[in-house]
Ligand binder design. Structure first.
Ligand SMILES: Cc1cc2nc3c(=O)[nH]c(=O)nc-3n(C[C@H](O)[C@H](O)[C@H](O)COP(=O)(O)OP(=O)(O)OC[C@H]3O[C@@H](n4cnc5c(N)ncnc54)[C@H](O)[C@@H]3O)c2cc1C
Length: 314
């Protein structure tokens, strides 16, 4: 790993390992990894990358991605420690894309603002959570969102009101624009007294998650979305006998069948094999197509692999 460019705060690294930046701890290196400090850095780094026609990937806390074993070509913009603005005005909170959801939930509770409690156990960032409409226990981020600011590859900053983003279960219109970067978001909450009641609800949510989810943190949470009609994905996977099923270092959790764990040394190829086997078996047995919630990088962004980028045309 080599620092190629640095100015106060921002750095661009060559061949930086990505596995440690994901919750699964899986994936090869980034050709270039950039860690911006603020929005100005983001502009500079992105305009540099786009001018050179490099593929660009965004990475928050890496809790909903499976990065290929070959790594990622071009530039990966790592936002987990950038864009950390968190401010309150009345019952509205404005948060930078890099703010973690547990931090947002805790800040809201400390300010006596209710509504964010369900976010306390979701280990992602605000930016990715807006894009994917993260949710839990019957609530989702789209219900709280007031406005979001998005940077396009032409470096235009667009402002969207929540209804324009078409939120649905684990989905928003932003999924159609994988090169749009969410940079900031505003949430409308509700003042509630006493604030201890909010803290208590947050503790209850966290306890419910601990009771139902595996303790091994090396996962991406739920691998599949729950089908729109019919039983949840975890139930279907359990019914086809995949609980505990292994491929290399990857294993379907015994506790929650919609979780695939890295039990040590798992590769992206191991996880993909399990995912495909599950999809095929559930399809054959129930006629239900399980749709992935986890994002495959680079495949899902229609980007070349690192090998293809090095040898275009085969
Ligand atoms: C133990 C565990 C429990 C989980 N529980 C839940 C749950 O209850 N509910 C739930 O919804 N999810 C859950 N997740 C999944 C995950 O935490 C969420 O999807 C979260 O929103 C992902 O945030 P991230 O910062 O880690 O995104 P990443 O994994 O880094 O990225 C996910 C996608 O978003 C893109 N992206 C990242 N940042 C931005 C940005 N600023 N602008 C635009 N695109 C961006 C990435 O390119 C990628 O395509 C869980 C995960 C784990 C490991």
């Amino acid at each position: 790993m080599k620092i190629l460019l640095s100015n106060p705060g921002a750095g661009v690294y060559l061949g930086h390992p990505l596995a440690p930046l994901t919750t699964w701890k899986i994936g090869g290196p980034a050709e270039y990894l950039a860690v911006p400090q603020d929005l100005e850095d983001v502009y500079k780094i992105l305009s540099h990358a786009y001018r050179r026609g490099r593929p660009v990937f965004f990475l928050g806390r890496g809790s909903n991605v499976l990065i290929s074993d070959a790594g990622l070509p071009g530039l990966t913009l790592h936002l987990a420690k950038s864009l950390q603005k968190l401010a309150r005005q009345g019952e509205v909170i404005r948060a930078g894309a890099g703010v973690s959801l547990p931090r947002l939930a805790q800040a809201a509770a400390d300010w006596g603002l209710a509504g964010c409690e369900f976010l306390a156990g979701i280990p992602g960032t605000v930016g990715a959570a807006v894009r994917l409409n993260a949710g839990a226990q019957g609530s989702n981020l789209g219900q709280l969102l007031k406005r979001a600011w998005v940077l396009t590859p032409r470096l235009q900053l667009l402002e969207f009101a929540a209804p324009e983003l078409g939120f649905a279960y684990r989905s928003s219109l932003l999924l159609n624009f994988p090169h749009w970067l969410v940079v900031e978001a505003e949430f409308a909450l509700t003042a509630e007294a006493p604030p201890e009641a909010i803290q208590a609800r947050m503790r209850d949510f966290l306890a419910a998650r601990r009771a139902s989810q595996p303790s091994n943190p090396r996962s991406c949470g739920s691998v599949f979305k729950n089908p729109p009609d019919g039983p949840p994905a975890g139930y279907l996977i359990e019914q086809v006998g995949f609980k505990g099923r292994r491929c290399g270092g990857a294993q379907v959790s015994w506790k929650h069948a919609n979780f695939i764990l890295n039990q040590g040394g798992a590769t992206a190829a191991d996880i993909k094999t399990l995912i495909h086997q599950i999809q095929e078996t559930v399809w054959v047995r129930f006629g239900i197509k399980l749709e992935r919630e986890v994002v495959f990088l680079p495949e899902d962004l229609n980007m070349p692999s690192r090998e293809e980028a090095r040898h275009p045309g085969g």
